[in-house]
Design a protein around this ligand. Structure first.
Ligand SMILES: [Zn+2]
Length: 298
């Protein structure tokens, strides 16, 4: 019996179940959570905390790459960045909903633009919002990697700077990037009138982007035709410029496959250069890049 237990105390059957089952279970579970709660706003913080605890716990237990294990200090710093970013994002979303929501609702009604299929089951509307939002994000993200001024203005280098990539980095972005990160789903919500489906789509985005950054041994076959797996997203975080200029979909890889930016290859190391900037260095990346920065657009 002991022979069947690996060094981390995990039986092969558990590893296999996690390898194939974790991503689909979390995605289906995210949609179920929103539908079961009947209130997408309430589901979001539950999913946020639950995903961090589960994915980071699994990474500490059975990481795919031991060399990417984060020290307690590193993890707590990352957690602090993510919590701060989430708190500011929550306030921004509240503000734009309050300021723009009623006016846009009235505009759509007046001009017959209320096209969102609200009569469809919520479990179908949520993936629809998810795929539409990711279509917008694909192009914004591609622009960040194509134009130096967009890369700098959004501080996207900060998100790429981590060398011990893990699930917690799903939300570790420069505050300057808040606008472009929130914009795609805001357009789905406010211009198309998706309402609660947009928040539900954000829960689904949260789940897949967490998985896409996770330092876990996960399957790519099958699911990787449409959705971004961690193998594909780690490649986007590569320190090699040509590798980094691929796989722009953080949750939906289908857009990369359709628009010719898909790449499937192993990733040696992540980051923006041979050294990882300090926290202050990350904050200053929009203004000053380290001399060894390799993945910034020229
Ligand atoms: Zn990127």
């Amino acid at each position: 019996m002991e022979d069947e237990i690996s060094s981390a105390g995990v039986t092969p059957i558990v590893r296999t179940l996690l390898h194939y089952g974790l991503q689909p279970t979390l995605l289906i579970g995210s949609v179920w959570l929103v539908v079961a709660q009947g209130d997408a706003e309430a589901a979001y913080p539950i999913a946020f905390v639950g995903l961090i605890v589960l994915l980071c716990g699994l990474e500490a237990w059975i990481p795919a790459r031991c060399e990417w294990r984060q020290s307690a200090r590193e993890f707590l710093t990352n957690l602090g960045i993510v919590m701060l970013f989430a708190a500011i994002a929550g306030m921004v979303v509240f503000a734009y909903r309050a300021d723009l929501g009623p006016a846009l609702d009235a505009y759509r009604a007046r001009h017959g633009l209320d096209v969102w299929p609200r009569h469809w089951p919520l479990a179908v509307q949520i993936p629809l919002a998810f795929f539409l939002s990711e279509f917008g994000w694909y192009w914004l993200h591609r622009a960040e990697h194509r134009f130096k001024w967009v890369w700098r203005a959004t501080g996207h280098g900060a998100h790429h700077s981590f060398q011990h990539l893990g699930a917690i980095h799903f939300g570790a972005n420069h505050p300057f990037e808040m606008g472009v990160l929130l914009l795609p789903m805001a357009l789905v919500e406010l211009l198309l009138g998706a309402g609660p489906a947009a928040t539900g789509g954000s829960v689904l985005l949260l789940a897949n982007t967490g998985i896409a950054h996770a330092n876990l041994d996960l399957n790519t076959r099958g699911i990787g035709w449409v959705l971004t797996t961690n193998r594909y997203h780690q490649h986007h975080h590569s320190r090699v410029l040509e590798e980094s200029n691929s796989n722009y979909g953080c949750a939906v890889i289908l857009w990369d496959r359709l628009f010719g930016t898909f790449s499937d290859a192993p990733t040696l190391a992540t980051g923006i250069g041979n050294t990882e900037p300090s926290l202050i260095g990350k904050a200053l990346l929009p203004f000053r890049e380290p001399p060894d920065a390799a993945v910034a657009p020229s």
